[in-house]
Write a protein that binds this ligand. Sequence first.
Ligand code: DGL
Length: 259
Amino acid sequence: MIGVFDSGVGGLSVLSALVDSMPEADFVYFADTAYVPYGSKSDAVIRERVIAIGNELVKRGCRLIVVACNTATVSAVRTLRAEHPDLPVVGIEPGVKPAAAQTQSGKIAVLVTESTARSERLARLIAEHASAVQVFVEPCPGWAAHVEQLALDDPALEVDARARLEPLLAAGVDRVVLGCTHYGFLRHVLQPIVAGRAELVDVAAAVARQAQRLHPHAPGRGEIQLLASAAPERLAAALPALGLSHLASRVVRTQPAAR
Ligand code: DGL
């Protein structure tokens, strides 16, 4: 069994990629909806939550954990690995490396939560993989909350997205990294804004490939259990709204999880 978690529904974009690569595996998806959004929380709070969720997933029999949240990865993946030294843990970090390798203009933008924007780990990622290009880090407060509320077509979101992206595009950015797993569900808003000028970069599929490499034999029945620290029924109901109806038929259980 593979454990996957995020602050809320964002990591379902990663779960979808995982199911595509490992259709036979069983998954437990934990949404920490009592604490969403992580982007405005302190590192200490995020670390505490990540430890609690890691312990819960291990208790439920998970043999691999996928941290389907950039914010939790940059703040706490090291702590999680230290807590469970024998457990393979795959994190997700903003796709700075592929964007820096692909850019033609030498300018990339990274859309992230506030917490990821100020993290040392993102600064290190940029220094290691993108020192030859100009990187614009753009925190996007409120975007994850919009996705969480399934307010995907809110005109205010489109206005805010345009206000953030236009100056970056005018500066010559030709790669825009989706550095938060919630933002994968905002493609319908972001793609028309960047069309013809930049490409969106998402690493969900690469994370799924890495998980498969670490856990090549994950026998199961292709089942998904959904857990949430608040309102688990909203999680199951969100699947069709997020374009993930194909996952709904795999869901065998939806349960509240201990906080
Ligand atoms: N989905 C998360 C990420 O990838 C965090 C969103 C939030 O809770 O602020 O960063």
